[in-house]
Design a protein around this ligand. Structure first.
Ligand code: IVH
Length: 704
């Protein structure tokens, strides 16, 4: 929108009508670019400004509201353009390190996990972290048969036709490649190609792109492969998925082999023998950064020996054997135009700074978190101030400080609200710390009465890692929450939508923003999730302190919804034995148990869970590696272990499908005891539980 646009108050009805038509077309075009093409050409703030202007005109001229007004539409339908591909080997992400100490700690963790001699060197590789998008390329008999984006790591999009048009990606491999070879790497665009593309766009009177990475992502995810072919994309290979026979036994060797098959690999990759050597190469790459033809955002370190990588394994979605050492955050200054209050799922009120759009590290930033009232006070920030903002990786931008000399005369202090910004305006209460002092978190006391909290709960419920209901995003949740004909107030209501709609006179398909296809797609997507794995069900409830990992631990321990539900109710009822049993589970302590007790102690929540459970079928927890001799067993390690660290023992047992508990109870199946074992060993003997030593453990799991 232009700054010279006429003020809304000054518009004549005819001008208002023309302006509404223009805004409807312009916003629709931006929606299409954003949702359909991954290629927004304006910042979020500029987009919001268009929406606000549209609303302001509509409020002044209610008779002129158009049938296709953007205020009545809900976001563009989720793109259904590409087929889904399930990755045979998940595509993982990387943990981050932000300073030298975290790198030293990372190497130390690896040494401890592997129980390495303090003097023994552990070889690592260091290479640039390319700022693009990752792609998995499957070759069979040397020919490219499939290309898939990362997606959520488990399922990506099939972009084979597009990948074939990228010159850096061989269609046929050279040399003696394995029969099945999945090559992984990064698609990116060089600075020069990005600038040239934007120059062409400008010359053609078309909008320009924001940064090379988004442009590369948008270019690869084009429905028309000819469009991808016309975009100058490049590729670096740095990893692999399924491989029928590994051509090397080190990371360096594998990357050299990939180069031999015809893939570009990064020339800045080095082998290092210590944390110091890694840090020295990081410094060298950082110095080189400005001269590189492409964007990088850090340096990736990996354990070189593949056998050690295998032993180290994974923690949730990241390998233990690799880390990304990020470059320091980039900074910029801009003006803080206002502070909004957001209410989270737990009712916590978070102040969010609204900023004049500014580019930080290639991304347009329009808001930043202010955490809490104390942070606002600490920064001494006022509305109208010029502030320094910093952005690092994917984290939310932060405000570092105020540029005092640029404070305008009319700068206004911010008063933290004493009531929730929702329509109920419930009083805000300040949380106490464990010691009873006033904490920094202020919460809306409305709990499940507060519409914001309920909406946030529903959002988590349908999100990718929970029920993952396609086409039911933030905007649609908000729509159904407020819709008088098809209200969704709790998760169970989602599963009755189709049936209720069938009984309604006013159908969803006839509502603004919907059509028969989008309504039918939504109902089908909901139906597809009527069966749900136990760990997702537990996670989706949004119980405080019960994240994905804890949900998985609980699901593995209880196996069925019935058993989990019974245990949770028992804990809420104060049953000590069940509490102890839960406490014995690895990673579960008082905070989780208290939170479960509180959640299931609340009649409203019990009703919500009941209504949901009536609608869905909760699948029993799949037992991973079901054929191992310890699958499904609860194992306790105690005493000293000699051949592996406690962490490695635990990871190994879990990989084989066992549950590892921290203490011995009647539910324990096996105790692995080393020298010096004490009370746990004694308790196991009292309870008549099988006890073996470390050597017997290896003998038992050998060959799995
Ligand atoms: S290794 C198992 N190496 O970073 C780990 N990733 O934050 C596989 N990336 O999804 C990744 N450059 O898209 C690796 N040299 C590099 C990389 C790199 C960029 C990206 C990749 C990955 C993300 C993880």
């Amino acid at each position: 929108m232009t700054d010279t646009a006429k003020p809304v108050d000054a518009l004549s009805p005819a001008e208002a009508e023309a302006e509404l038509a223009r805004l409807a077309a312009e916003i629709a075009e931006h929606d299409r670019r954003y949702h359909g093409e991954d290629a927004p050409t304006i910042s979020d703030a500029a987009y919001d400004a268009l929406q606000r202007r549209n609303l302001a005109i509509e409020q002044r001229f209610p008779d002129l509201v158009r049938a296709d007004s953007p205020s009545r539409r809900i976001g563009a339908p989720v793109s259904e353009k590409f087929d889904k591909v399930r990755h045979r080997v998940p595509m993982l992400s990387l943990d981050n390190a932000f300073d030298a100490q975290e790198v030293i700690d990372f190497v130390g963790r690896i040494r401890r996990f592997l129980k390495l001699d303090p003097q023994a060197p552990v070889a690592m590789t260091a290479e640039p972290k390319i700022d693009g998008l990752s792609l998995s390329l499957r070759y069979e008999d040397g020919r490219l048969v499939q290309a898939a984006t990362r997606g959520d790591g488990a399922v990506g999009e099939n972009v084979t036709a597009n990948a074939r048009s990228v010159a850096d990606i061989p269609n046929v491999l050279t040399g003696d490649a394995p029969q099945v070879l999945e090559v992984r790497g990064e698609v990116y665009m060089t600075h020069a190609d990005f600038l040239a593309l934007n120059a062409r766009q400008e010359a053609a009177g078309k909008p320009t792109y924001v940064n090379p990475r988004n442009t590369a992502a948008g270019s690869l995810r084009q429905l028309d492969p000819a469009v991808t072919a016309a975009r100058p994309l490049k590729f670096f290979a740095y990893a692999w998925g399924e491989v029928s026979a590994l051509p090397a036994d080190t990371q360096m060797g594998m990357v050299a082999a990939l180069a031999g098959y015809g893939f570009p690999t990064n020339p800045l990759m080095r082998r290092c023998e210590s944390a110091e050597a890694l840090l020295a190469h990081y410094a060298a790459i950082e110095t080189e950064r400005g001269r590189l033809a492409y964007d990088i955002d850090g340096v990736v370190y990996k354990v070189d020996d593949l056998a050690l990588q295998e032993r180290l394994g994974y923690v949730s979605r990241s390998p233990r054997w690799a880390i990304a050492h990020k470059f320091p955050a980039e900074k910029a200054t801009t003006v803080l135009t206002g502070i909004d209050i957001q209410v989270g799922r737990t009712g916590a009120l978070t102040p969010v700074a609204r900023l004049e759009p500014v580019t930080v590290g290639g991304v347009v930033v329009t808001n930043a978190t202010l955490h809490n009232a104390e942070e606002i006070e600490r920064l001494g920030v006022m509305i109208g101030d010029t502030v320094t903002v910093q952005r690092a990786g994917d984290v939310i931008p932060q405000i570092l400080g105020v540029v005092a000399e640029r404070r305008p005369a009319d700068a206004a202090p911010f008063r933290f609200p004493e009531t929730c910004p929702c329509e109920l305006a419930t009083p805000v209460v300040r949380e106490e710390t464990a010691g009873g002092a006033a904490g920094v978190v202020r919460r809306c006391s409305g709990e499940f009465a507060c519409p914001f909290q309920r909406i946030e709960h529903l959002r988590l419920f349908v999100s990718r890692r929970a029920f993952d209901i396609e086409g039911l995003g933030d905007k649609q949740i908000e729509f159904f929450f407020r819709d008088p004909d098809l209200p969704v107030k709790g998760p169970g209501d989602i599963f009755t939508l189709a049936a209720r709609d069938a009984g309604n006179v006013k159908k969803l398909k006839d509502k603004e923003g919907w059509g028969s296809v989008s309504a039918a797609n939504l109902f089908a997507a909901i139906e597809a999730r009527r069966s749900i794995p136990l760990h997702r069900m537990i996670y989706a409830l949004g119980i405080r302190h019960v994240g994905e990992r804890t949900a998985l631990t609980l699901a593995r321990a209880y196996g069925t919804w019935q058993d989990f539900h019974d245990a949770a109710l028992a804990v809420a009822g104060g049953e000590q034995t069940v509490r102890e049993e839960m406490d014995a589970l690895e990673d579960i302590g008082d905070a989780v148990i208290e939170s479960l007790a509180r959640y299931f102690g609340e009649p409203h929540n019990r009703k919500l869970v009941e209504e949901l459970a009536e609608q869905v079928t909760v699948l029993d927890q799949e037992k991973p590696a079901g054929d191992s001799p310890v699958a499904g067993k609860t194992v306790v390690f105690t005493g000293a272990l000699e051949q592996m660290s406690r962490d490695e023992a635990k990871a190994m047992a879990e990989k084989l499908g066992a549950k590892v508990a921290g203490s011995v109870s009647a539910r324990t199946d096996l105790v692995v005891a080393g020298p010096g074992a004490g009370s746990k060993l004694k308790k196991a003997q009292e309870l008549g539980i099988e006890v073996i030593d470390e050597a017997a453990w290896f003998a038992r799991v050998a060959g799995t």
